[in-house]
Each structure stands twice: as structure tokens, then as C-alpha cells.
Design a protein around this ligand. Structure first.
Ligand code: HEM
Length: 519
């Protein structure tokens, strides 16, 4: 038996080849050859000239037997490995992989993850950030450690009390109103009853505007400059994250390094201008938003007050600004994007939420009290965070040699916690772990899975996300305002390609068809 290429069709009359089909981008290449099976003993199997046509039928049969024996062996080995897999439950066993030049241990067992993240085993700290990520988000609260972390967290926490968040709701609503009005105008000028909007980008702009105005009281022009510089630094980080970091290479004036230095300067100068204008602005104190809270912590000590534990120097404030500009909008925008996606795919849930919103908020701009009554909305957002968590990985390393389960980890081993894998663990979340079922959160987030605190979207332990209430409030508000005004569905142009671009994003955006409710 031998596999032979199908003969090519003969050339057309006059020796012309048949016309090539027209190719469009994205079309598969047309097949010009095919495979067919034919019997015959003049064949080559495995090695050149074996069995060969002079060796006779005996060699040919031996060759066939060998092929059959190899196939049986391959089947037996693969069945054995499958059984081994089940017996040892290898799906949760930590494994080592290489991320570019760096070895990493991936840990997806909930028991081990809880040990890593909990205070009791406080021997795990954040892994060293890649220099490109560091220049984008700064060494702020996300990356500082030990006594510095305690000091930063104490200074920043008062900026996120529920009372402050309630006041911010109004600002968030006015940012969302501008965007929604734009879509309404577009819809009323359009001939069709539906308009198409690419939501991923629009949500990034919206959440950037919100963090600018609520946390930094900044005009959106300066804010845009910050985001623009951070976006470009993010692109550099994505392009270089797998590269070997040769010592001294970052000081070479390569094209990319020069571009990075320019962006770093731009980012720092713009943030300095925002800070400077707050310092020189009229009024009592520096305000009570995030920037005001940081500036009070910076300058009150200069006036001789004994608040050593609450000091931030100017460089630390700049780093925190980088952190909060980035963390404060990037993640929330993807939560909104994936929620729009899931509500488009599950219109029955879109209808349920619209009913809830119209019942609790009617057609008014929702306030914080109304938002606190949107139970089903909370369930949908939590389920979205479970299936499409914007923060995909958490990184840690042990500060000393450590035993983790059956694993001995040398000091400094890079550990990766893959949140999406854990969130789809069927033993913990049930057989429907891969499905969209917001009802699993009907009795609250801690009772949604077979073990408490299985939802890692905002992390757990002593270092959870400081902005989680801010993010949930913003997401609820924006979704409520959209549901009050529009029906929506996925555009046929949508391509499902969730991508790890530091955060989890739809690689080709989210085109959505919008139809005004009262059209
Ligand atoms: C849907 C939106 C968000 C998600 C999914 C999210 C997720 C997370 C996660 C998983 C962590 C833990 C990271 C780790 O330990 O390695 C974290 C930490 C953090 N997040 Fe968020 N976040 C969101 C929104 C926000 C917002 C709106 C802000 C700021 C306004 C923010 C600021 C921070 C900060 C500063 C930390 C570090 C906290 C610490 O270590 O003390 N995040 N976030």
C-alpha cells in the first residue's frame, strides 16, 4: 500500500494552465493536489529503498507487519498515558514551562493557590516585573512589597471608601452620558434602524475618561496624553516581553530603546504637570480624590506632623499615578467589553437585566443606591469576570526555599497563577464550569463554588484589588445606562479571539449592532 500524489490535470488546449482562482485576504489556499491510497508492492515505507522492489513479497509483508506493530504500540502507549492522567489527576499538577528565557511554574490547584495568596504563608511576594511593564505602570501599589506596601496601601485606601465612591457615581454617569448621546445621535442620523459600534475601543476611552475625572480631577486632554504614552509603552512591552534581557542592553540607544525613553519622559512630564496644577490650584488642601489624598500624605509631613507611616515622596506619587491611570481603566474596560459580548450571545439575560434596570432605576441616571439593588446585574458581572477575567495571570515568587504541596521551590522561582484555568475547574465550579450561568452567584460570591473564595477575578488574601468596588460600580452604572437606551446584538463581523495582551482582550475588537429602545 502506498500514498501517491494525485496526478495533476493536463494543461488546457494549447498548453495553457487553468486560470488561478482569485484570492481574497483570509481565503484558504485552493488545493492543487490530493492524496489517494493504492495497493502495490513497489513502495517506499519508512525508509528510502525499503522494502524495495527487488526484495520480493516477503520483505513487503514484514514491512506491513512492522507498521501494524508500531501502530498498536502507539495506541497502547496513548491509552496508558490517558489512564495515568486520570489516576494522578495531572490537570492540576504544577508544571514547568519556559516563557522566553525564563522558567516558570504554573500552579492551578486551588489548595496551592490559596497557600500562595494567603497571609498565613506570607513567604510569597510579587515576581520581578519586566522592565517594559515597570515603565508603563510604575512601581506603585501593584508592585511594591513589605513595609512600603503597607505604607502605600494605608495612604491610598481612604480614596476608595463607599462614601467617596457614591460621590463619584455622578461623574461616572456624566462621562457615560456623553458616549451614549453620541450613539443616539448616530442612530437618529442613520438610515438603518441599527448602527454598528466597535465597543472595545469606546469602553477604553470611557473608562480612561472616568479615572481621569474621578481620581485625578484632571482635564481629559492631559489624561489622554498619559493614556497615549501608556498604550505605546504597552505595545513595546508586548513586543519585547519574550526577549532575552541581556545585561546592559537597555542602555543601548536602539530605535526601540530611544522610543521607550522618549515615552517614559513624556509620561513623567505630563504627570508632573497634572500634580503641579493641583498643588498651585486655589482652595483648601489638595482635594479628597486619589491625587488629593496622595498629596496630603506627601506635604503634611513637611509641615511637621508626626505621620511617618503615611508619607509618600513625589517619585512615589508619580509611580502611583502611573499605576492608577493604567489599572484604573484598562481592566474595567475589558470587563465591560466581555459583559456586552456575553449579553449579546445570551439575549435572554440581556432582557432580564433590562427588566431589572427599568424596575429599579426607571429611565433616570442610576445613583449608587439604585445600583446597589441590581442583584442580577452583579451576578452577570461576576460570571463575566469568572469566564473572561481581565487579569489573566498573577505572578509570585518565594522569598526563601519553600515546600508547596509535594513541590520543593528554590528561593525566587517564578510562579504563575492562571486565573481562567482555575475559574473553569469542574471539580470546584461544577460540570457547567465552561458555561455562562450567572445563577451560580445567586447566593453570593463566596457560595458560588464548592469551596469559598474560588472567584479570583479581584484576587483574594491580604492583597486584593483596591479598586474592585470602584470597578463594579462603574461597570454596573455603564451597563445599566446602555440597557436603558438600547437593544444590542453581535455584529456578523465579530471574530471570537480572546487574546493575552497583558490583559484579556478581544483581539479584533467587539463590533456590536445597536438599536434604540424607542426606535
Ligand atoms: C474589572 C476591573 C478590575 C479587575 C478585574 C482587577 C483585578 C485585580 C487583580 C486580580 C489584582 C491582584 C493582582 C495581583 O495580586 O497580582 C488587582 C490589584 C490591584 N488593582 Fe485591580 N482590578 C480591576 C480594577 C481596578 C481599578 C478600577 C483600580 C483602581 C482604581 C485597580 C487598582 C488595583 C491596584 C492598585 C492593585 C494592587 C493592590 C495591592 O497589591 O494592594 N484595579 N486588581
Amino acid at each position: 500500500m502506498a500514498m501517491q500524489p494525485m496526478p495533476m490535470p493536463p494543461p488546457g488546449p494549447g498548453g495553457d494552465a487553468p486560470p488561478a482562482p482569485m484570492m481574497m485576504p483570509g481565503m484558504a489556499m485552493p488545493m492543487t493536489t490530493g492524496m489517494s491510497f493504492t495497493w502495490g508492492h513497489r513502495a517506499v515505507v519508512l525508509f528510502p529503498r525499503w522494502p524495495g522492489d527487488r526484495a520480493g513479497v516477503g520483505m513487503y509483508l514484514l514491512c506491513l507487519l512492522l507498521v501494524l506493530a508500531l501502530a498498536a504500540l502507539a495506541e497502547a502507549l496513548s491509552a496508558a498515558s490517558r489512564r495515568l492522567d486520570l489516576d494522578l489527576d495531572l490537570s492540576r499538577t504544577p508544571f514547568l514551562y519556559w516563557f522566553g528565557p525564563q522558567p516558570r511554574i504554573c500552579v492551578s490547584d486551588y489548595n496551592l493557590v490559596k497557600q500562595i495568596l494567603s497571609k498565613k504563608y506570607g513567604h510569597f511576594v510579587k515576581n520581578d516585573a519586566h522592565p517594559a511593564i515597570l515603565s508603563m505602570i510604575g512601581k506603585g501599589l501593584v508592585l511594591v512589597e513589605g513595609a512600603d506596601w503597607v505604607r502605600h496601601r494605608r495612604v491610598l485606601t481612604p480614596a476608595f471608601t463607599m462614601d467617596k465612591l457614591k460621590v463619584m457615581t455622578k461623574t461616572m454617569a456624566s462621562c457615560a452620558e456623553c458616549l451614549i448621546q453620541g450613539w443616539l445621535d448616530h442612530a437618529s442620523n442613520s438610515k438603518s434602524i441599527e448602527i454598528e459600534v466597535e465597543f472595545s475601543k469606546q469602553f477604553q476611552d470611557l473608562t480612561a475618561d472616568v479615572i481621569c475625572r474621578t481620581a485625578f480631577g484632571s482635564n481629559s486632554e492631559k489624561g489622554k496624553e498619559v493614556f497615549h504614552a501608556q498604550k505605546q509603552l504597552q505595545a513595546i512591552a508586548i513586543a519585547t516581553i519574550l526577549n532575552l534581557q541581556l545585561p546592559g542592553f537597555k542602555y543601548l540607544p536602539t530605535k526601540r530603546n530611544r522610543c521607550k525613553w522618549k515615552l517614559e519622559n513624556k509620561l513623567r512630564n505630563t504627570l508632573m504637570q497634572i500634580i503641579q496644577s493641583r498643588i498651585t490650584s486655589e482652595g483648601n488642601g489638595y482635594g479628597d480624590d486619589l491625587l488629593g489624598v496622595m498629596l496630603n500624605a506627601c506635604f503634611s509631613t513637611e509641615q511637621g506632623e508626626k505621620r511617618d507611616e503615611l508619607i509618600l515622596c513625589v517619585d512615589e506619587i508619580i509611580d502611583e499615578c502611573k499605576t492608577f491611570f493604567f489599572a484604573g481603566h484598562e481592566t474595567t474596560s475589558h470587563l465591560l467589553t466581555w459583559t456586552m459580548f456575553l449579553l449579546s450571545v445570551y439575549p435572554e439575560w440581556q432582557d432580564r437585566l433590562r427588566e431589572e434596570v427599568l424596575r429599579e432605576c426607571r429611565k433616570e441616571n442610576p445613583n449608587a443606591d439604585m445600583l446597589s439593588k441590581l442583584k442580577e446585574m452583579t451576578m452577570v458581572l461576576l460570571e463575566t469576570l469568572r469566564l473572561y477575567p481581565p487579569v489573566i495571570f498573577m505572578f509570585r515568587k518565594p522569598i526563601t526555599d519553600m515546600q508547596l504541596g509535594r513541590l520543593h521551590l528554590p528561593r525566587g522561582t517564578a510562579i504563575v497563577i492562571p486565573i481562567p484555568m482555575l475559574h473553569r475547574d469542574k471539580e470546584v465550579w461544577g460540570d457547567d464550569a465552561d458555561e455562562f450561568n450567572p445563577l451560580r452567584f445567586a447566593n453570593g460570591v463566596t457560595r458560588a463554588a464548592k469551596i469559598p473564595h474560588a472567584h479570583l477575578g479581584f484576587s483574594i488574601g491580604p492583597r486584593p484589588c483596591i479598586g474592585q468596588n470602584f470597578a463594579m460600580l462603574e461597570a454596573k452604572l455603564v451597563m445599566a445606562m446602555i440597557l436603558q437606551k438600547f437593544f444590542f446584538a453581535l455584529s456578523p463581523k465579530y471574530v471570537h479571539a480572546p487574546a493575552d495582551l497583558i490583559t484579556l482582550q478581544p483581539k479584533f475588537g467587539l463590533p456590536i449592532l445597536l438599536k434604540a429602545l424607542d426606535a
